[in-house]
Design a protein around this ligand. Structure first.
Ligand code: BT5
Length: 263
């Protein structure tokens, strides 16, 4: 693993705060329960957007549906963004896709030549392995977007069960500066978020062109535990996955997707 300083360089923090983005506060913690939980609590106290909190260690890092998120110390980026969107409620269903596209664009810039795709809704796949995940949570009127990126897991003891996970450095064989990834994420998410507020549906083409799930045969375990199998034939304008099952198309709004081999 490439030794990267444990804190973001001061110059980077200054450029985030003094630059043209909407970021109004930035905090880096050595250890926190969950950067999403921290910002959700701060949202309730009125913290303005865009607030950014990152941490090297999360003692209760969380994924979707109560699943855990793991990140060996010093190897990853765990960062959350507090947003206060003025977009209407319907468009909010597209925000996870906006975050996914921003993440993919940043990853593409760091892993030239590797295959960067999104598994619906927004798992980042690099050469087929999961290299990052996104958790979008509502907190009153605010939304917290949490992003975990495996930056350099070469030589790192992989958490149990994550044999199929990958990291940006494993895909390229090169050192990657996680602070540059952080700076990229702040800049690109800010821009994509701004564009989305102006024109919510504008994200769809960029998303569809990166979505590995489109055209794939998939199994989806839904929130209630039931599962469906079909072919992913589209992404609806609200971000739902359109699944063809026995000749009819159903829309799935949430669930865990597994890509299957063609029948
Ligand atoms: C996600 O959930 O992929 C969303 C992860 C969001 C994490 C960020 S870190 C900053 C912020 N603060 C938080 O507390 N969370 C956010 P999901 O799709 O449910 O994936 C979780 C599943 O991915 C787990 O059940 C594991 O199987 C697997 N997993 C856990 N850690 C992983 C990692 N580092 N890389 C790849 N897969 C992982």
């Amino acid at each position: 693993m490439h030794a990267c300083p444990p804190h973001p360089p001061e110059a980077l923090v200054r450029s985030i705060l003094d630059g043209p983005s909407r970021v109004t506060s930035f905090e880096w913690r050595d250890e926190v329960a969950s950067t999403n939980a921290l910002l959700a609590a701060a949202a309730a106290e009125g913290l303005p957007e865009i607030a950014v909190v990152g941490a090297d260690v999360q003692t209760s890092g969380r994924g979707r549906l109560g699943r855990p998120w793991h990140a060996p110390t010093g190897s990853s980026l765990q960062v959350s963004f507090l947003l206060r969107p003025h977009a209407d409620m319907a468009a909010l269903t597209l925000l996870p896709l906006v975050a996914g596209v921003a993440l993919a664009e940043v990853a593409e810039a760091h892993v030239e030549g590797a295959h960067v795709r999104l598994k619906w809704p927004n798992d980042l796949l690099v050469d087929g392995g999961k290299a990052a995940g996104i958790l979008v949570e509502r907190s009153g009127d605010a939304v917290v977007v949490g992003i975990g990126v495996n930056v350099d897991w070469r030589g790192v003891e992989r958490p149990e069960g994550l044999e199929h996970a990958t990291s940006l450095s494993e895909a390229t064989g090169r050192d990657i500066d996680r602070w540059k990834v952080l700076a990229g994420l702040v800049g690109v998410l800010d821009r994509r978020y701004g564009d989305w507020q102006e024109r919510p549906n504008g994200i769809l083409d960029a998303y569809r062109s990166r979505c590995a799930t489109l055209g794939a045969r998939v199994r989806i375990v839904q929130v209630n535990g039931s599962s469906v199998v079909g072919t992913a034939v589209g992404i609806a304008d609200d971000g739902a996955l359109e699944l063809e099952i026995d000749g009819s198309v159903v829309r799935v709004r949430a669930g865990e997707v597994t890509h299957l081999r063609p029948a």
